[in-house]
Ligand binder design. Structure first.
Ligand code: HEM
Length: 210
């Protein structure tokens, strides 16, 4: 009995350690690579790209938790959703800070000129705004207070994921729709998001029909 009570707590603690170690790996790799001068040609651009990659990957990982919890005995995976989502926001914040703060020195005139020239920045900004709102409303007391509204609100994360995907698709030098150029990243992320979103939609339809 006592063991039964101790085990879940210990398992939870280990899971939490694993998620946090996983979450910090991209930052560690980025730091090591920067220190070793691997990105000597343009370290700021490389850091913007790597943090953007990490943000989109953690976002996908967080979204993937939901369909996995539908499998019997896999409900525990639901606990990973929140920390993974927060890591996605953390890397997006780093990405945006490096771009606006380090690359453009918070020069609003230059930044607004960039936004005028590059439509992909608007998609990134939309995705970032949604991730920001998700992170802001992620504390458990807010979740408890908002009840069902919180669940509805957090469905916006799917729109955030789609905007991030379009942002990535427009950034790469290639055409993901015509399968030309350097498109493997948006293609892989797009397939992953398609599977997760498709599974959610399908489940919603099946539940309505039952
Ligand atoms: C205001 C918000 C944002 C701005 C201004 C922004 C800006 C940029 C810029 C300038 C690049 C091109 C870097 C280069 O190749 O020189 C980029 C690429 C990228 N961004 Fe963003 N971004 C924003 C939000 C986001 C968000 C929210 C995500 C993910 C959730 C994201 C993910 C990515 C990815 C994956 C890339 C491609 C990296 C690569 O080439 O490997 N961005 N972004």
């Amino acid at each position: 009995m006592a063991q039964g009570l101790i085990y879940p707590t210990r398992a939870k603690r280990w899971q939490s350690v694993i998620v946090h170690v996983l979450g910090l790996i991209p930052l560690l790799v980025l730091g090591i690579n920067l220190a070793r001068g691997m990105y000597w040609v343009n370290p700021v651009q490389a850091a913007i790209q790597r943090s953007g990659d990490a943000a989109v990957l953690f976002l996908l990982a967080s979204l993937t938790c939901t369909p996995l919890t539908w499998k019997r005995d896999w409900a525990w995976i639901g606990r990973w959703r929140r920390p993974l989502g927060l890591f996605a926001f953390g890397y997006a914040l780093l990405h945006v800070s490096l771009y606006a703060g380090v690359d453009y020195g918070l020069n609003w005139a230059w930044l607004s000129a960039e936004f005028g020239e590059k439509p992909y920045l608007w998609f990134g900004a939309g995705a970032f705004l949604i991730l920001f709102l998700m992170a802001l409303s992620s504390p458990r007391w807010i979740q408890r207070r908002l009840g069902k509204t919180w669940k509805h609100l957090h469905r916006w994360v799917y729109l955030g994921a789609l905007l991030a995907l379009v942002h990535l698709g427009l950034v790469v030098k290639g055409d993901p729709l015509q399968l030309r150029g350097d498109i493997w990243k948006p293609l892989l992320i797009g397939v992953g998001m398609g599977v997760v979103l498709g599974a959610r939609l399908l489940r919603g339809v099946i539940r309505k029909l039952q």
